[in-house]
Each structure stands twice: as C-alpha cells, then as structure tokens.
Design a protein around this ligand. Structure first.
Ligand code: PEP
Ligand code: MG
Length: 854
C-alpha cells in the first residue's frame, strides 16, 4: 500500500498538515509552532493512518513514531477531528510510564509526584485501553506506593498479564483504542448529531508531555481573555499547582485564580512572568488565528508550555460580542463576523433563557412553539391570569388549547402551555407575536383541566398557584423556579444587526397586528409589515363582543349595525400602524376569522355572550349550532366570507382608506397594501377588487383627497398556486401563506398535527415538521409554480412568504433562490431573518468569486 508522506508527520512550520487530513487540533498546533509559541514536540497521525489502525490494516512503525521524542519523556495522545466540535475520544496522558521511568522520575521530581503519574496512567490504560471496570481503579491516585502496587496488582489480576512496560507497546495499544473508539456506533451518532458527515475522519496527535508535576512552580491550567458567558474582556480560567491536563477545571480541584483576586491566591502572584507570557500568547493567537482562543498550558519550574489552543466555548450572546469585537479590531472582515453567528442564536438573546448551568427537573415536554423562558404560578383560565397579573404576580396560563377569549389571559401571563396544538396553532402564533414563551402539544404532564390540576410523570400533582418554569426554547416544562438569564440586546447586537442589514439582498418584513408589534418590528429594522391579521385586532376585551355580534348577525341590518361600530375601531388601528411605520409598506389582510375561533366553546361562554348581546340563550345556542362547521379551517373563512357577506370587507376597505387619508395628512404618504386571504379562484379576486375599488372611489370623493393602494392575494390553497397565471393580472403582489398552504398540501390539520408529528419525524416519514421547516419538495414546488406562473403573467408581481416559515433561515434560502422579494415573520424573528439573509448573500458571493477564480 502506498503511504502518503503526511501519514505520520512531525509538526513543524513547513509540514504538509491540513485540518481536512490531520484534523483541527494538528493544524492549530502547527499554527502555534509557526508563531513561535512554545509547544512541546508533537507528531500528527493523518485520518488515513488512524483509519488503517482502526481497521487493523496497518500499524505505524512504532520506532519511527517514537524517534522524534526523547526516550526518558512521557507522551500523551489527543484526538484531532476535522471540526473540534465533533469531539473524539478523551486524551490519554503519561504514556511511556513504567517501573524504570518511575524510578528515574522519583529522583527528578520526587517519589510522590512520580507515583501519582504512574497510577494515573495505569488507571487510564486499564479503563480506556483494556476496558476494565473503572471502580477497581478508583482512588489510587493519592495513595502513594501502596496505591501504585494495588493498581498494578488489580491490572494484573484482571488481564492475567503484568502491566506493559514497553513504551512502544503502550503507545500502540493507546492508538488502537482511540482509533476504534472513534469508529464505534455511539461516537458516530453523537458526532453526526453535531453535523459531522458519516465518514468523518479522526487524526491523532502524539505529544511530549510537559509534566506539570515536580520541583519549582509546576502545574497546569487554561486561560482565555473573554468570559464565555458574556464575551466581554475578562481573564478567565484556572490553574492547578502540581496538576496535569485540564484537572484545574475539575469539580473540587484545589485550583487557583489566574488574575489577582480578593478571594484567594492567583497565578499572577505565584508566577507573574508566566502569567504575562500566557496573556501574550493568547492575545497573539487571537490576532493570528483570528479567533478568541482558550490556551491549555503547563508550567514547569516557572516556564510556560502551550499544549493546545481551542476555540473559546461561548454562549449565544458571547458569540455575537466576540465576532463583533474581532471585526471592530480589524482582525476579521465584517462579512466573516456575520457568518460566525448562528442566526437562531439571536433568538436566545431576545428572550430570557433558562440558565444552562441550572439543574432541570423536567416534568413535561412538547413542541417549542415560542422561544424564551419564564417562571410563574399555574393558572387554568384567562380570568385567573388577569387576576393574578393585577396582583403583580407572574403566572403561566395552562389550557387545552387557546382561543380568542384567551388573548387577555395570554397578555397577562408570562408563558403559555397547551395540551394540544402545533407550531402554527393559535397559542403558538400569538405567543410568538407577543414574545411569550409557549410550549404546545405537551406530553408527560397529564392535563386534568376539569379538576384544575396537572399530574407529572412521577405522580406529583400540580394545582393552581404552584410555580413552574416554561422553557419555550427547548419545549420543556420544569418543576419549580429555575434561574433565568436576562435578554442581551446590547451594542454588539446592534452593531451586528446594522452590518447584516447592509448585506442582505432579500427584504424582511414583520407580521404585526398591533401597535406594540409594529413598534417591535420597527426597532428591529423590519422593512414594513408583511401581514397584519386584522381579525387579531379584535381579540381585545370589548372588541371581541362586537366582532361576535357581527358574526352572529342574522340579518344584513344587524350586521351593518355591528360593522358601524367596528369601523372606527379599525380606522384608529390603521392610523396608528401607519404612523408607527412612517411610510414603510403595511400589508393589511382582510378578515380571515376561522369561525370556530370566534364562537364560544362552552355553555358558560354562550351565557356570557347572550348577556353581552342581550339575546335569549336559546338564540345564541341556535346560532352557534347554525354556524358550527365540521371542518372550520376549510369552511367559511377568508375570501369566502368576503364573497358571501360583502359588507364586511367593504367596512375594512373604508377603514383602511380613511386611515390612509388621515395618516398621509400628518406624515409620510401612505400607500396601503390590501391582501385577500385564502383565494382559490380568479373570480374571487375580481369580485373583491371591484368592491374595494368602489369603496376607494367613494372615500376619495367624500374626502376630496387622492390616494393609491395596492391589492394583492394570499396564496394559501394549492389551487391558487396552480392558477397563479390567471390570478396575477388582478394582483399587484402574491404572498404565500405557507401555514395554510402546508396544511392543504399535506391534507394535515395544523392544529392537530402535533399529536403524531414527533412519531412521523422519528420514523423518518417527514424529515422535519413541515409547519416548522418549509417542505421544499412539495410545498416548495407549489411556491415555485405559483411564482413562475405569476411572474410570467405579470413581470412586476411582488412575491413574498408570510407564513411562519418566513423566519426560518433554511426557508429564507429557498425564497431567495426562487427570486422572492421579501419574507415576513413574527417581530421577534426579524433579526434572525435579517442575519440569515445577509449570510446567504455573503456565501453566494463567496461561491461566485471562487467559481470565477477557478
Ligand atoms: C398562513 O396561512 O400562512 C398565514 C400566514 O395565515 P394564518 O396563519 O393567519 O392562517
Ligand atoms: Mg392562513
């Protein structure tokens, strides 16, 4: 077999070493060597070499492998996977230790230290190489000569062989065990979960040990120049005198601070020169490796040795601050800083989060429908939520599922959990809009709502008033109060978002129904409102009743009376939205109230409604029965309501136009966008357009002011996508409502899918919940068909997505490739969408320029 020259290679400045052949650690060590940082002698084994060892095909020539090292030194072996995040088997230290070296080291560094090294090696070898029971080797480390002889005896009894004395034999066995560990199924699954390809390779590095034990100031530790939690400058780390590897970080270790600290002794005091050198090396790594690094070091008699450099572990907020600081210091360009932050990580900064260090007593889990975390007392009704909030106490609303009458309760609560629902059901959509943590389709926790209690899987009973924590980011319910981390919209976040805004080349708007939503959208730099769900404007107290009155009206006259009361409310709403958005586009969707969301669900609700409408209860019951639909999501919704009861959309059009005139008088010229929901046929659009045009003409006349507006359709039914060619001539824009479009393409209820979605995903029927991640094959094909047929019929047709997918980075990539003009998503997802959009453009341009250079 041909052996490539880099199969086993000493790390020197010129050696042909690359992360893709020898792994990230080998490459990083070479960089450190090039920077003249004192790295102990190291040899790298390539992926091919390790693969051959694992397969039993070929062992390296041990004499050649050991040749670069001094025979009286100990060695360690560390993994070197291509991406350090993919992990690898644990390092094994002190290889080469045997009876002879033990005697030699006893003279050099003292018997105690030599014995500890030997015991430690026997233990690691027994557990990781011979796979012996760890319990048998516990606690020998500090027991001196007796401990050593016990460990050696235990080894011999278990393996029926004396502990190997030949360093070549020891090293060969260590290499074999580490190579095989990488090929094991569990290790493979673990790294694949972190994004590693199935055939990811492992390199190994064999390094001469700087001992950290012995005479003079000896020890080991880690240092970094920023805090992993915040990313702010702060010398962080620990040092353990007479310690090895990462022992300084072990729980209970008697390690000391690095920087001078009131709480105790520090490395700065023990070895000031070494401390300064370490800071200098770590700063040099930052500048030349272009990354915030953690330095693993050993001090031998006051002298610093750098064993390794790894990327500093970082929270989301630290990732943003580190990337921004590197760009601001001129170390990396801005586009690179933008690409170093995972867009979804921004979500974590915009909402409070469960402290990752805190213990979690999980009592339920479900779909993570709206991110963030909150602690509060359990309440089982919207009224109780309001009552508790008015007492200034945080509460968590627990419902089977939510309906418009729960909105007030949702506003009052700090989080919501529901037994049913999916990622696009009522609680989820409203939760995301309000920035309220929400978990739907909860399992594990039993909902006994009739008895106002929840039962945890271990039988614990939780009644109203008990405190729980909702983790909407992970979709978990935790018992008791768990510590939370605060939000972090600091100057680093603001800088990053401003850069992202410059780079993105697809628009990002927000789905906003209320002035509060619109303010948030503006603060995140959304380029307008892409979807204002007008029926959501009637979820508030007082308004809901008028809305119901309108829906309930038996006669045209009754309906008009209710509409007359709704008109001024709508007009005020729109004026306020236009004011806040200051001339940016505002796309208003005409009413799309699935009737079941607006009907009272039980007798008490009907009684309440009867009282509010001054109707006999029997009338209300009869009317509810008449309006009840078997399948309300496919019933009298959207444009169907507009066609059958035209006065509703006429009222809305009038409110929009009157608001346009009023807002344009006092500020920027407003050009409202009016969107027709749930269209499936051209004729629907023609009918609505004619009526809206007539209202516009009437308002122009009455007000003596001219204005323009744009009318478009929402593509939410497969038929609208297929017939986009004949619809487009009547529409200035088409916005794909991928929530309903997904529901209708799959024939899958968006409210009930939660019940079996996880089984479907687990069994690989769907790669992902299609309500969460756009199904680019099926629903995506409809988007492409709709877009191309629409644009063929009307070149200037504006295309967008306003379903929940609009805030999802993968879906944004699809929309950008398909030539869409913008995406629209809930306000809190706007930053995620902006960053994702910027990254798409940067990566596309990078690919283009690479292609051009080739
Ligand atoms: C959609 O269907 O994608 C949409 C945005 O509308 P809604 O969620 O209000 O039905
Ligand atoms: Mg819809």
């Amino acid at each position: 077999m041909q052996q490539d020259s880099a199969y086993i290679i000493k790390i020197t400045p010129e050696a042909p070493i690359a992360a893709v052949t020898h792994g990230g650690r080998a490459k990083c060590l070479q960089r450190l060597v090039r920077l003249d940082i004192p790295v102990p002698r190291t040899v790298a084994l390539s992926f091919d070499a390790v693969h051959d060892i694992a397969a039993g095909r070929r062992m390296p020539d041990m004499a050649a492998l050991l040749a670069p090292f001094q025979s009286d030194r100990l060695l360690c072996v560390r993994p070197s996977s291509e991406d350090p995040d993919w992990g690898g088997p644990g390092a094994i230290l002190n290889i080469g230790m045997n009876d002879a070296l033990h005697a030699a080291f006893s003279a050099e560094i003292g018997e105690d230290a030599a014995t500890r090294l030997y015991i430690r090696f026997v233990r690691a070898y027994a557990i990781h190489v011979d796979r012996l029971d760890p319990d048998m080797f516990e606690d020998h480390e500090d027991e001196g000569p007796d401990g050593l002889s016990q460990a050696l005896t235990a080894y011999e009894q278990e393996t029926e062989e004396p502990f190997p004395q030949d360093p070549a034999v020891q090293l060969a066995a260590v290499l074999q065990s580490m190579a095989r560990a990488w090929e094991g199924t569990t290790a493979r699954l673990l790294r694949q979960a972190k994004g590693a390809p199935a055939d990811a390779g492992l390199g190994l590095v064999v390094q001469e040990m700087a001992l950290g034990l012995g005479r003079g100031e000896c020890g080991s530790g880690v240092i970094q120049l920023v805090s992993s939690a915040t990313g702010r400058p702060k010398v962080t780390g620990r040092y353990l005198r007479q310690g090895q590897g990462r022992d300084a970080l072990k729980k209970g270790a008697k390690s000391v601070f690095l920087e001078r600290d009131d709480r105790g002794v520090s490395l700065e005091e023990l070895a000031p020169e070494a401390f300064e050198k370490l800071k200098e090396y770590t700063l040099l790594m930052r500048q030349r490796l272009r990354e915030e690094m953690q330095t693993e070091f050993t001090i031998v008699d006051g002298e610093v040795h750098v064993l390794d450099g790894v990327r500093v572990q970082r929270s989301s907020r630290a990732a943003v601050r580190i990337a921004v600081a590197l760009a601001q210091d001129g170390i990396i360009p801005r586009p690179e800083a933008l690409c170093r932050v995972e867009p979804r990580a921004l979500t974590e900064m915009l909402h409070r989060q469960v402290d990752p260090e805190a213990p979690r007593d999980r009592i339920g889990q479900g779909i993570a429908a709206s991110p963030g975390a909150a602690v509060g007392r359990i309440v089982f009704s919207a009224a109780d939520a309001q009552a508790m909030a008015s007492r200034g106490e945080a509460c968590i609303l627990v419902r089977r599922e939510t309906a418009p009458e729960d909105i007030r309760g949702m506003h009052a609560a700090v989080a919501v959990i529901t037994e049913r629902g999916g990622i696009t059901s009522h609680a989820a959509v409203i939760g995301r809009g309000l920035g309220l943590p929400c978990v739907v389709s909860v399992t594990g926790l039993r909902f006994e709502l009739g008895r106002e209690r929840l039962i945890a899987p271990d039988g614990r009973v939780l009644t109203a008033g008990e405190v729980i924590t909702v983790d909407g980011t992970r979709g978990e319910i935790l018992a008791g109060e768990v510590p939370l981390l605060e939000t972090a919209q600091d100057e680093a976040f603001t800088a990053l978002m401003a850069w992202a805004d410059e780079y993105r080349d697809i628009g990002v708007r927000a789905n906003a129904d209320t002035p509060a939503d619109a303010q948030i959208a503006r603060s995140f730099n959304a380029q307008g409102i892409g979807l204002c769900r007008t029926e959501h404007m009637f979820f508030e107290t007082g308004r809901l009743t008028v809305m119901r009155e309108m829906i309930f009206a038996d006669t045209g006259e009754d309906r008009r009376a209710a509409l007359d009361r709704l008109l001024p409310m709508q007009r005020t709403d729109f004026i306020e939205l236009f004011r806040i958005m200051q001339g940016l586009p505002v796309c208003i969707r005409l009413f799309d109230p699935p009737l079941h969301e607006f009907l009272p669900a039980d007798r008490a609700g009907m009684r309440e409604l009867a009282a509010a409408l001054s109707l006999p209860l029997s009338d209300v019951t009869r009317r509810v029965a008449a309006l009840t639909e078997y399948n309300p999501m496919l019933g009298l919704r959207g444009v169907r309501l507009g066609v059958t009861l035209p006065e509703i959309y006429e009222m809305q059009a009038r409110a929009i136009f009157e608001a346009t005139v009023a807002a344009s008088r006092e500020g920027a010229q407003v050009v409202p966008e009016i969107m027709i929901p749930l269209v499936s046929a051209r004729r629907e659009v023609e009918l609505i357009k004619t009526r809206v045009d007539a209202v516009a003409a009437a308002v122009r006349n009455e007000k003596g002011r001219d204005f323009t507006y744009r009318l478009g359709v929402m593509v939410e039914t497969p038929r609208a996508a297929l017939r986009a060619g004949e619809i487009a001539p009547h529409a200035a824009f088409m916005s794909f409502g991928t929530n309903d479009l997904t529901q209708m393409t799959y024939g899958l209820s968006r409210d009930d899918a939660g019940r079996f979605m996880s089984t479907y995903v687990q069994q690989g029927v769907f790669p992902e919940d299609p309500f969460h991640m756009l199904d680019t094959d099926g629903v995506g094909e409809l988007l492409q068909i709709g877009a191309s047929r629409g644009r063929a019929a009307r070149k200037d047709l504006v295309l967008s997505v306003c379903g929940e997918h609009g805030g999802n980075p993968e879906s944004i990539a699809f929309c950008r490739d398909a030539g869409f003009d913008y995406v629209s998503c809930s306000p809190f997802r706007v930053p995620v969408a902006i960053l994702a959009a910027a990254q798409l453009r940067i990566r596309a341009e990078l690919q283009d320029s690479t292609l051009r250079i080739r």
